[in-house]
Design a protein around this ligand. Structure first.
Ligand code: URA
Length: 212
């Protein structure tokens, strides 16, 4: 059996430091959002590490040269609403040419299952590399449902990027979509009975938008 695609835990000190500050319960909405934005830029750097480049001809002030360039338009960041939106700005400031898709999923509080209410992707998905973003990979239900919907559009590749996950989330995702690499800043200890990650950082959506 082929082993699942790798889980990359981004260990860079800047990433780890910012995550620590975000976890603190006394971090204000403003601080949380700013840190998430900064962290997203750093995570974008990591998730795009293997992005293909092509050589283009340019003029420097002194000479003509062949130089590598990326085609950001082929990349799609898919935000799982609503918390994924908090990651988008930072990612787009690093890859401004990327297209953006949205998938609206909420967790039924009783069953913890993902219920879809919105789905809008760019055209020509079969030509694009997709990075699905959501701050938390917890039960995995939303991420799995999102990847299943996107996969049906036959993109060239799919990656999943989050800030925090847990062994249960990784296992669920790897079992449903073993070919999807996961990028995260940390794998926490466990899920609690309400589907929250421990020690975690609380409800990412509420902390980004100040709704609690
Ligand atoms: N979603 C969150 O926002 N936080 C968790 O801990 C788990 C899922």
């Amino acid at each position: 059996m082929t082993p699942p695609a790798p889980v990359t835990v981004v260990q860079h000190p800047l990433v780890q430091h910012k995550l620590t500050l975000m976890r603190r319960k006394d971090a204000s909405t403003n601080t949380f959002r700013r840190l998430l934005n900064e962290l997203s830029m750093l995570m974008a750097y990591e998730v795009t590490r293997d992005m293909p480049t092509q050589t283009i001809t340019i003029e420097t002030p002194l000479e003509t040269m062949e130089s590598p360039a990326i085609d950001g338009k082929k990349l799609v960041f898919v935000s799982i609403l609503r918390a994924g939106t908090g990651i988008l700005d930072g990612m787009l400031s690093v890859v401004p040419g990327a297209r953006v898709g949205h998938i609206g999923l909420y967790r039924d509080p009783k069953t913890l299952m993902a219920v879809e209410y919105y789905f809008k992707m760019p055209q020509d998905m079969h030509e694009r590399d997709v990075v699905v973003v959501d701050p938390m990979l917890a039960t995995g239900n939303s991420a799995i449902a999102a990847v299943s919907k996107i996969r049906a559009l036959k993109p060239k590749s799919i990656k999943f990027l989050c800030l925090l996950t847990c062994p249960e989330g990784v296992a669920a995702m790897q079992s449903a979509h073993p070919d999807v690499p996961i990028f995260t800043a940390a794998i926490d200890r466990q899920l609690n009975d309400h589907g929250y990650i421990l020690p975690g950082l609380g409800d990412a959506g509420d902390r980004i938008f100040g709704t609690k």
